[in-house]
Design a protein around this ligand. Structure first.
Ligand code: PEP
Length: 238
């Protein structure tokens, strides 16, 4: 299975930045996935012309209704998006998202026909306290949908996101092995088919070694996904 490279643009990108997605689509970026802000999804779908898969960074759990300012999974699919990220730690932190709420969003994303990238990860304090596995187990227990279809897990240690710090390769391997065990316990054989991404300060310099770690099926990239030059360098490392 070739590594999956996913870019999360977070709250970055204006109309002029669509040129970066066009550049990714035009030169060796086939197979990349990008989650631009909602405002750029329709334009991103057009310029990527199917070469780059476009997705949302979040969705509401409901299909429609009185939820001012929110976007449903059905709306993302309607724009031509192919996936949605749910449970990113910045949303858990900024919007008080719970595991149960993340699970509802994952179910909504799948129901809309999207692939779902479900993010989990421990804080620095939790890692220091030796709670990493307990935290990952609880997040999986509370937020996994009912089946493994169209599901991808992103292991993103909160303390590694946007900080320039990454876990050691042994720590990444241990976390991914643990997540794989939990997925197999939950979904049986299907749990072995779920791709597990690593996320947190991935750059062109460290992507190669991270992608060679056992059970790392790809990377979820924030800051280094904003330019075609940087993301294509990560893709090349894969
Ligand atoms: C992310 O946004 O999911 C992320 C991992 O960010 P960064 O690569 O900037 O650490």
């Amino acid at each position: 299975m070739p590594a999956l490279i996913v870019g999360n643009w977070k709250m970055n990108g204006l109309g002029e930045d669509i040129a970066e997605i066009a550049a990714m689509a035009g030169s060796g970026g086939r197979g990349l996935w990008i989650a631009p802000p909602f405002t750029l999804i329709d334009r991103a779908v057009i310029v990527s012309a199917g070469a780059v898969k476009i997705g949302g960074q979040d969705c509401h759990a409901n299909e429609k209704g009185a939820h001012t300012g929110c976007v449903s999974a059905a709306m993302l699919a309607d724009l031509g998006a192919g996936f949605v990220i749910v449970g990113h730690s910045e949303r858990r932190r900024d919007n008080g998202e719970t595991d149960a709420g993340v699970r509802a969003k994952a179910i909504a994303g799948k129901a809309a026909g999207l692939e779902v990238i479900l993010c989990i990860g421990e804080t620095q304090g939790q890692r220091d306290a030796g709670e990493t596995e307990a935290v990952l187990a609880a997040q999986l227990e509370g937020s996994l949908p009912d089946d493994a279809e169209a599901l991808i897990i992103a292991y993103e240690p909160v303390w590694a996101i946007g900080t320039g710090r990454t876990p050691t390769l042994d720590e990444v391997a241990a976390a991914h092995r643990f997540i794989r065990e939990r997925l197999a316990a939950r979904f049986g054989g299907a749990g072995h088919g779920v791709r597990i991404l690593y996320g947190g300060s991935v750059t062109p310099a460290n992507a190669g070694e991270l992608l060679r770690v056992d059970e790392v099926g790809g990377v979820l990239v924030g800051g280094a996904s904003l330019t075609a030059q940087s993301l294509l360098a990560i893709a090349a490392a894969a």
